[in-house]
Design a binder for this molecule. Structure first.
Ligand SMILES: Cc1cc2nc3c(=O)[nH]c(=O)nc-3n(C[C@H](O)[C@H](O)[C@H](O)COP(=O)(O)OP(=O)(O)OC[C@H]3O[C@@H](n4cnc5c(N)ncnc54)[C@H](O)[C@@H]3O)c2cc1C
Length: 413
């Protein structure tokens, strides 16, 4: 892992306070792994309270900023570390073992960073935003879910309204994770009032560009700390804030692959946290019974097996994406798009079943809220995975594509 560069501070007056605040912090020269572990420990210590109160994991995010993790994927010339997607996914996995919400917030932020990095081309506005992101450790939120079209990311209702070089957007953003705590929102929108819902753009607005009027609160079973409330987003800015690539391209090349891999990294981390708890439970029980394994032990074995399958699935899909990500045709191919979508479906289902097996291994001790082996939070959090872009929607969308690919007849193909 490359060493962190010295802090760069944007001199603009409106940004001075935040920039000075970050500049006081000496960037760590330790490896990304050690930086992530520092944050993971703080996240784990606060996870219970974050979940109970459904509050934003402030301490963990402050630690991530102090460790300069938010700009980790940004190239060094813009002030980041130039970390790879693989390294970012590893951070997601580590964080999720302690606090699912912190990990998911980190993942969602990095997905937006990946979109900006790849699809800004040479736009100065976005380069400046990325520079500020590194210097001030800005947190990016994302808005795709909207009004009636709900979870259909490839459809937008609200259009970009243009007036000369200025743009305006007003959308009913029914879910924006940590919207109230973010420094910028990256949102999909219909290209114009005349464009069909599928002709979309991706646009970045910084905090001074928008207001958020609460629409719906976030009182959920799990992932309570993501604070994914709904808002009416009213934003205005310069037309250069719209990314030059059409959203259709961004979706296929970056949004879908990076989101599904980073989310899967989070879900695998939640599952790993549950399996580790079950391991401690089984060892403890065996110690108290002169080495005799408790009756739930086979469920622990099952949990370790499905965690292994889940990790293997993520690793294989990640490797494939790394191999072809610069080849536009291969990334857009039916074969890869089906693979990456099915990775999301499979990873979410494996994560749920891994946590369920861990829970069954622990029995009542896992089921109780007041036990050191409780797995209630893990289970509630991981149950968000099949609905975070609903698996039913994904399976229905790729149904016809699946019919067109022949079933492999050999292992050597
Ligand atoms: C923890 C968390 C954080 C989130 N953060 C954000 C965020 O920051 N920004 C954001 O924009 N969104 C966010 N979302 C929302 C997310 O992106 C999806 O929009 C949402 O999870 C979809 O929920 P849904 O199942 O109700 O919606 P839909 O996908 O609209 O599905 C509704 C129902 O219809 C069914 N269904 C839908 N399509 C089909 C189909 N083709 N065939 C059969 N059945 C179908 C589904 O099974 C479901 O029962 C977040 C969600 C979660 C869980």
């Amino acid at each position: 892992m490359a060493r962190a560069e010295p802090t760069r501070v944007n001199a603009r007056a409106s940004e001075t306070d935040a920039a000075e605040c970050v500049a006081e912090i000496e960037p760590t020269l330790a490896s990304l792994k050690a930086r992530a572990e520092t944050v993971a420990e703080i996240a784990a210590n606060n996870a219970e309270e974050v979940d109970r109160d459904a509050r934003f994991p402030k301490a963990a995010l402050a630690a991530a900023q102090k460790q300069r993790l938010l700009g980790v994927m940004v190239p060094r010339e813009l002030g980041g570390d130039g970390a790879s997607l693989r390294e970012v996914i590893d951070v997601c996995y580590r964080l999720a073992q302690g606090c699912s919400s912190t990990a998911m917030i980190f993942a969602m932020h990095q997905i937006m960073v990946a979109c900006l990095l790849r699809h800004r081309r040479n736009t100065l506005w976005h380069a400046d935003l990325l520079r500020r992101l590194c210097a001030e450790q800005l947190l990016l939120a994302s808005s795709t879910t909207e009004g009636r079209s709900g979870g259909n990311v490839r459809s937008s209702e609200a259009p970009i309204e243009r007036d000369g070089s200025r743009i305006k957007l007003e959308r009913r953003a029914t879910v924006i994770s940590y919207g109230a705590d973010a420094d910028a929102i990256v949102t999909t929108a219909r290209r114009s009032a005349e464009a069909p819902p599928s002709d979309q753009v991706l646009v970045a607005f910084v905090k001074r560009d928008y207001s958020l009027e609460p629409l719906v609160a976030w009182d959920t079973l799990g992932m309570r700390g993501t604070c994914s409330a709904g808002f009416t987003l009213k934003a205005a800015g310069a037309s250069e804030q719209v990314l030059p690539d059409p959203y259709e391209k961004i979706h296929v090349q970056t949004m879908v692959p990076v989101a599904h891999l980073a989310w899967a990294g989070v879900w695998a981390g939640i599952a790993a946290g549950a399996v580790e708890r079950a391991r401690l439970f089984i060892r403890n029980a065996a110690r108290q019974a002169s080495g005799q394994l408790p009756p739930g032990a086979p469920h622990f074995t099952r949990a370790t097996a499905s965690l292994g399958t889940l990790r293997g699935l993520v690793a294989t899909s990640l490797r494939r994406y790394e191999q072809i990500s610069d080849d536009e045709l291969s990334v857009a191919s039916l074969e890869f798009q089906s693979t990456i979508n099915l990775t999301k479906v499979e990873a979410s289902e494996l994560a749920v079943s891994t946590v369920m097996s861990a829970l069954r291994a622990c029995g009542l001790s896992g089921y109780r809220n007041d036990s050191q082996f409780t797995l209630g939070r893990h289970l509630r959090d991981v149950l968000s995975s099949p609905i975070m872009i609903n698996n039913d929607r994904i399976l229905a969308n790729i149904g016809s594509a699946s019919l067109m690919s022949a079933v492999p007849a050999s292992f050597l193909d």
